[in-house]
Design a protein. Structure first.
Length: 68
């Protein structure tokens, strides 16, 4: 995961999350590796969700400026 205080690039995080999803779709996935990837996937999903919330807040602020 990105260092604390440093934002993760949304596109890269989403791409990695998709790769993890594809890995889980394989037959015979290793249980221990699956647990590690699952945890990483949750970290990535949280980072993406936080970034989307930031962008949404920015869009709302921009809209306010033009509605005033």
């Amino acid at each position: 995961m990105a260092a604390k205080g440093k934002k993760m690039d949304f596109a890269k995080a989403f791409e990695e999350l998709e790769a993890i999803t594809r890995w889980f779709e394989q037959e015979g996935a290793d249980l221990d590796e699956g647990l590690k990837r699952f945890e990483r996937g949750l970290e990535l999903a949280r980072a993406c969700k936080e970034r989307l919330a930031e962008v949404e807040a920015n869009v709302k602020e921009i809209k306010k400026k033009f509605e005033a």
